[in-house]
Design a protein around this ligand. Sequence first.
Ligand code: AMP
Ligand code: ZN
Length: 136
Amino acid sequence: MQDCIFCKMVNGDIPCVKVYENESILCFLDIAPAAKGHCLVIPKTHAENILEISPELAGEMHEVISIVAKGMLKGLGADGFNVNMNNFKAAGQLVMHAHWHMIPRFHGDGLQLWPQDKYESEEQMQAFSQKIRSGI
Ligand code: AMP
Ligand code: ZN
């Protein structure tokens, strides 16, 4: 897609530091990492968010995420990793080409990815579950 920074990376029009690629998926380093080694995994064909990813491609994505995860654990010596995806602007998506963030984690690294809230009651919790189910 024209004017998409990640499509330009796939096409080689702008540089990126590659970590892994296959025919349909590219993994490269995030330029502003939450932790050094933070990767982005993207489909090579433009899709805006997870809702535009087919089940087949999602399966391939899972495989690549597992491959890169092994690289983080063995190659970086990471103790764990986060997989995160921002979908739509309200969720913090800045680049409108679907991408999975992979962040290597180390015991005691202190990285806090999101704050946590709490429900006021069991009824409120049930109500949220019901609202989501009503939209499925
Ligand atoms: P998001 O907020 O989920 O859309 O994340 C977009 C990510 O893309 C951010 O973490 C940026 O640091 C990253 N990013 C933007 N431009 C580049 C670039 N040229 N090379 C590598 N990562 C980039
Ligand atoms: Zn794109």
